[in-house]
Design a protein around this ligand. Structure first.
Ligand SMILES: O=C(O)CCC(=O)C(=O)O
Length: 293
């Protein structure tokens, strides 16, 4: 199993010198140290790009100290506690229907109102729904791929009040900062369309995926929110586990992309099985290791 080789979430703690030139530099320093770059080489690059040598040295020392901190992945990843069968989302009460610890999967009903589902679809349609793409492992670019025949649209994080309210709810129930997530993605599947099984985490050993890791770190958790009921087919399938989750308007499934030790979760292999009858529309929400933006 590949372990994460990018900035961990406890490295979001403030550091005076490391923070002095903004988050882009902070992420650059932390990501490159975790990739195994030599501090001496980085010092030279920093000195050639806006840093004085003393501050660059201090920033590197702060970053190395941060990365040496022990990290408790159980409390430092998005996680849904299920002490009762209801989840208080602040603005609504949702019901827990299914929960698995290893890998962490939670199925929740009534996460969105039907009105919220309809508004999300309407807003996505106004933006335009195009053929979906996948991340190319070599280049990191989004490319057309036969494994994914759906179409879709993206919102930027907090793009409008409606989206921001849903993001806040998902962040709240996983106890994970709203800033550490990608914007909602809308996916639409007509009969015959599917998304073949894949992982949502990025493989640091693939050059294209490693590029994605530089912005926000690893994907730690995924929500698939069902915005429509579907008459036949269109389940979210976890082939390694033999589990299928069937779409139900307003419900959502959360699953962890890393395990409690921070390793990429091999059992999170999942896909959208072909729709047989009806139209399936989902929103996906990916929670990242670091601030995403
Ligand atoms: O459509 C589904 O049920 C799953 C979507 C999915 O696998 C993804 O967006 O990564």
């Amino acid at each position: 199993m590949g372990s994460i080789s990018v900035v961990r979430s406890d490295s979001n703690l403030p550091c005076t010198t490391l923070d002095s030139k903004g988050t882009a530099w902070r992420d650059w320093v932390l990501n490159n140290l975790q990739r195994g770059c030599k501090p001496q080489t980085m010092l030279q690059s920093m000195a050639a790009n806006a840093w004085d040598i003393e501050s660059a040295g201090l920033a590197l020392d702060e970053a190395l100290a941060l990365l040496a901190r022990p990290h408790d992945w159980r409390t430092a990843r998005p996680y849904i506690n299920t002490p009762t069968n209801y989840l208080d989302c602040g603005d609504r009460i949702a019901q827990v229907l299914f929960s698995l610890q290893h890998p962490r999967i939670v199925l929740i009903d009534n996460l969105l109102s039907h009105q919220e589902c309809d508004t999300l679809i309407e807003l996505a349609e106004q933006k335009g729904i195009k053929k979906s793409a996948v991340v190319d492992r070599e280049s990191g670019q989004f490319v057309d791929h036969h494994a994914r025949s759906s179409s879709g649209s993206y919102f930027t994080r907090g793009e409008n009040e409606h989206v921001a309210c849903i993001e806040k709810r998902l962040a709240g129930i996983t106890d994970w900062p709203v800033t550490h997530a990608e914007g909602l993605q809308i996916l639409k599947y007509e009969p015959g369309q599917e998304y073949r099984p894949h992982f949502d985490w990025f493989d640091p050993n693939q050059p294209g995926s490693a590029k994605q890791l530089l912005r926000g770190g690893q994907r730690l958790g995924t929500f698939v929110l069902y915005l429509t009921d579907v008459e036949a087919g269109g389940s979210t399938v976890f082939p390694t586990l033999g589990v299928e989750v069937f779409p139900r308007k307003g419900a959502g499934v959360f699953f962890a992309d890393v395990d409690e030790t921070g390793k990429t979760e091999q059992k999170s292999l999942h896909g959208g099985s072909p729709v047989i009858k009806g139209t399936k529309i989902v929103a996906t929400y990916w929670q990242r290791e670091n601030k995403y933006g």
